[in-house]
Design a binder for this molecule. Sequence first.
Ligand SMILES: [Mg+2]
Length: 214
Amino acid sequence: MKILLADDDRVALLYLQDALRDWGYEVVLAHDGATALAILQGPDAPVLAVIDWMMPGMDGTDICRRLRAGKAAHYTYVLMLTARTETSCIVEAMNAGADDFVSKPFNIEEIQVRIKAGRRILELEHELRHRATHDVLTGLHNRGAIIGILENELARHARDKRPVAVVFGDLDHFKRINDGFGHQAGDEVLRVVARRIDAMLRPYDAVRRYGGEE
Ligand SMILES: [Mg+2]
């Protein structure tokens, strides 16, 4: 897993970098807020960030606010570091969009368990997002997801007038499989068919299961 570390204190940054690498994380460094935000909003961005509050230019809360205001492809979990420990500061950081908070000087074991807690949240978020957009049986897109994709394609078509194709397919005599071999066998057939169709698509095509065998 890739983690962004942002701190203007180079000693703290190197110390944390060593620890994170020892724990098996891939580390991306930023020495200021603007760089940190650019990395988090860039391609292949880390999903977890450890960010110092006090940095020249854009500070930690600015980064959080901009991240939360943007339309991100995935959630970024933010662990904020700061020497300020008053409750009002914690409230300010959380209100800005930070997920968790560790005070400086920090204990490295505390950082480790806080990052683990963040990973649990991210894994759950990933799973929920997948379940919300995919068919449980086949792993293909579900109704809501495919309608969204179709709407995007139609909007693109309205602009560039290139054709959009929708293919409707059906497994003939599928009932015979269910009747002859049972529904578990039928489910397995659907999974295999889904996998084969999915393997033949171009990266920008999308497929969903419509009805039982469609
Ligand atoms: Mg600082």
